[in-house]
Write a protein that binds this ligand. Sequence first.
Ligand code: SF4
Length: 163
Amino acid sequence: MRIYGLVQDSIVDGPGFRFVCFVQGCTHHCPGCHNPDSHDPGGGTEMSAEDVGAELLKNPLTDGLTLSGGEPFQQAEDCLTLARLAHSHGLNVWSYTGYTYEFLRCQGTSAQQALLDEIDVLVDGPFLLERRTLSLPWRGSDNQRVIDLAATRSAGTVVLRPD
Ligand code: SF4
């Protein structure tokens, strides 16, 4: 998989201490994106999902995995491998995406839908510069939603995670 960067002990990409996998490659090209260097699918570094997973498991204090980018759902199969590994070690899984939940659920590939089924919390939607906010936790613009996917799967309708 193509990797933009790996961060241990983030406290800004979800609750607790998080291992963040910033994937390389994103076709959304949101104006004002904070990570434009992550857009080129040929940039970054090639790593196997197994090697990224070994980094994930290095720190026993880690509470969870966050998939960010770049666009995690454009490397859905490798991100699914990481998400399954995290869950098998008792870690929760958050993911950012520039797609909406509804797009991924209704029009996503089988790998993207499998990844949706493995994620606990999804922060969805593109970054919209005109709706930029610094006052909402976990997201950059107020069109983005923090979706509790476990509750959403149970309810059959989108359930937001309380801030
Ligand atoms: S989806 Fe994320 S990484 Fe991709 S352009 Fe938008 S803000 Fe940047």
